[in-house]
Design a protein around this ligand. Structure first.
Ligand SMILES: [Zn+2]
Length: 648
């Protein structure tokens, strides 16, 4: 836990130097008072990603992504709030003081951290062994070189070698002060009653990195031709390593996956290395396990497009079809690339440069229906029973897809490809879906976590959540925009008693109990209320630096679209500098909101009135008419203030 003072300090520093923060990831060019670059969150050729050093915010006009410096690193590196603060603190040399943990938290944290530190050390140990010892050089390095891996790839992935000697690592680690407890918990050492031994011996080592780039486990490949030992050995499950939730190479791939909006999925460690060596880095492997839903959701954080690359071995192929269904079930788009006979991704990538590889993949990747059909149709062509099975099989896969439009597209394709009536296929998918729903219902299975759903498509509205039916949306946003932009300025500088824009807005809305149906809008008001007497605090800075991502995001969104002259301004024909007009504008936008609010209330009351007439509720009718009359007077009053608006 980081204390609030430190958080504030980091935020303020980072936002005031947002250009430096973003420049670590994006090449920015100056354009007027802002900076422009290619958006790292969606794939684009012409830059629409804008950073404002004065406001301390970024905004992409292509995909809608926006926020402050903290939001940027959180989103870009998929960091937690705390990790992002730590990262920025380090960058700007701000010491992060952490608050006390409870003894229980401390124990858990210490344990995890100790295991992480040990894993990191083990990584160094193995890599040093590979590069500096005779055994490592001749056996380990010799192996990687014979497989054609370049030194930069060996270094990038921290490849290593574990010596033959039974406890070389365990001994050295203990000598360095690492406790046997953690050696055992990470699985690096196998502890028996009367002896300890290294788990990995005489193997080339592949460190497995977490999403944040920390070493959390290892895969080791044996080089001797020993029938008794498994070729590949992995670290066991531990507090820091959950096989089913980790993908090999994700740390080195995540940025490029986002940029390319596609992830290649291969099988083994060396496949990943070979792709990197060819210049393609949006690639991961599900090493050590069959593909899991958690692994797919991990990819879904960066893209919804997966290409699974299979080698041409038919035996392996049919077993891997399950993976395709899992990807479909997560609502992802899946393509399949089948490599030519006798090639695996490793051998295939080695013979090609980036361009050739990309071209081949693009030309040969197929959707799953074409893939399954081409895989199975050959035996099924002249066998009606087998053909029926194939159709059933494909229909089952289609019925897994959560999105109905995607489903119908595939039904159409399947119909054309297999020459089956579309309606029949539609009926079949429908049947399977209902069956599945019933099963889910019976099992009372929780619905899939919506936060794990793939990112909205490029065409979707900006990620900021909007309440769907808010009749006051426009007016409320306008008021909040003034609050963010001018909150600390006096409404009327000529008056003796200087009320700020923020204070005025708060007072006006609070006295009439005007709450929004949008909880984030209310949160913004509440947050400002707490600081509204600090007139020296610029509201924009306050909101943009807010540790609450809802608020910083909304604030950047509100001030990010200044050129889009709001409809309200338009009504008044105002095109000049808004600041000079604060004494007029602020009361006016508040009045606009009230006017719209009263209109909405009157509309509701009229509907109630009609209902009462229908029901013949005479008493209620009289009551309501009185009420309605009062509201009409209020509306007339407001209309007059607004300069004689006709009442409709
Ligand atoms: Zn973008």
């Amino acid at each position: 836990m980081i204390d609030q003072v430190t958080v504030d300090k980091v935020l303020e520093t980072a936002n005031s130097q947002i250009i430096e923060v973003v420049s670590d990831y994006v090449t920015l060019r100056r354009r007027g008072i802002n900076y422009l670059g290619n958006c790292p969150f969606h794939n684009e050729k012409t830059p629409s990603f804008t950073v404002s050093p004065h406001k301390g915010i970024f905004k992409c006009f292509g995909c809608g992504e926006g926020g402050n410096a903290l939001n940027f690193v959180m989103k870009h590196d998929q960091l937690s709030f705390v990790d992002a603060i730590k990262y920025l603190g380090k960058k700007f040399n701000i010491e992060i003081e952490e608050e006390e943990y409870s003894p229980e938290q401390l124990k858990q944290k210490n344990e995890r951290e100790s295991m992480m530190v040990l894993s990191e050390y083990a990584g160094h140990f193995f890599s040093k062994n590979l590069n500096e010892t005779d055994e490592g050089k001749s056996v380990g390095l010799g192996y990687f070189r014979s497989r054609g891996f370049r030194d930069d790839i060996i270094e990038k992935f921290q490849l290593g070698y574990s010596p033959e000697q039974r406890d070389a690592f365990t001994q050295e680690a203990q000598k360095q002060g690492y406790k046997l407890e953690y050696l055992e918990k990470t699985g690096l050492t196998v502890v028996r009653e009367n002896y300890q031994a290294d788990r990995f011996r005489g193997r080339v080592m592949f460190p497995i990195h977490s999403l944040a780039g920390k070493v959390i486990a290892f895969g080791g490949r044996i080089l001797k031709n020993d029938k008794k030992t498994a070729k590949y050995l992995n670290s066991p499950e531990s507090e820091i390593y959950h096989k089913s939730r980790v993908l090999y190479g994700i740390y080195h791939a995540k940025q490029e996956i986002t940029r390319q909006d596609r992830c290649y999925l291969v099988e083994g460690y060396t496949d990943v290395l070979a792709f990197h060596q060819s210049g393609i880095s949006n690639v991961v492997a599900s090493s050590g396990t069959a593909l899991t839903s958690d692994q797919i959701r991990l990819i879904a954080r960066f893209t919804k497009n997966i290409t699974i690359i299979y080698d041409g071995d038919p035996a392996g192929l049919k077993a891997s079809l399950r993976g395709i269904d899992l990807v479909l079930a997560e609502g992802m788009n899946v393509k399949i690339l089948l490599l030519p006979d006798g090639e695996d991704p490793d051998s295939f990538a080695k013979g090609r440069n980036e361009e050739q590889l990309t071209q081949y993949i693009e030309a040969h990747q197929q959707d799953f229906i074409k893939f399954k059909t081409s895989l199975l149709l050959e035996d099924a062509q002249n066998d009606p029973i087998k053909k029926a099975q194939l159709i059933q099989d494909i229909v089952r896969s289609i019925s897994i897809i959560p999105d109905s439009i995607t489903r119908s597209v595939y039904v159409k394709e399947c119909s054309t490809l297999l020459k089956v009536d579309e309606r029949v296929l539609m009926q079949e998918t429908g049947k399977l879906q209902r069956k599945k729903q019933e099963e889910d219902f019976r099992r009372n299975a929780p619905r899939p976590d919506s936060s794990m759903q793939p990112r909205p498509a490029e065409t979707a509205p900006p990620p900021e959540k909007r309440t769907p039916s808010n009749p006051l949306e426009l007016e409320e946003r306008e008021i909040l925009r003034f609050l963010v932009k001018f909150g600390e300025r006096p409404v009327n500088p000529d008056e003796d008693e200087k009320v700020t824009v923020g204070q005025y807005i708060l007072h006006e809305l609070r006295q009439d109990d005007l709450l929004s149906v949008n909880p984030i809008y209310n949160k913004m008001m509440d947050a400002y209320e707490a600081v509204s007497d600090k007139t020296e605090l610029p509201a924009l800075k306050f909101f943009v630096n807010s540790a609450d991502p809802d608020l910083s995001r909304l604030a950047s969104d509100l001030v990010g679209k200044e050129h889009d002259l709001s409809k309200i301004h338009h009504k008044f024909g105002i095109v000049t500098n808004a600041e000079e007009l604060l004494p007029n504008l602020v009361p006016k936008i508040v009045m606009e909101l009230k006017w719209k609010k009263v209109k909405t209330v009157i509309k509701e009351k009229r509907q109630q009135l009609q209902q009462m007439e229908v029901n013949g509720n005479m008493e209620g009718l009289m009551e309501l008419m009185k009420e309605l009359n009062t509201w009409q007077q209020v509306l007339a009053h407001i209309s007059k203030e607004l300069g004689g608006r006709t009442i409709v």
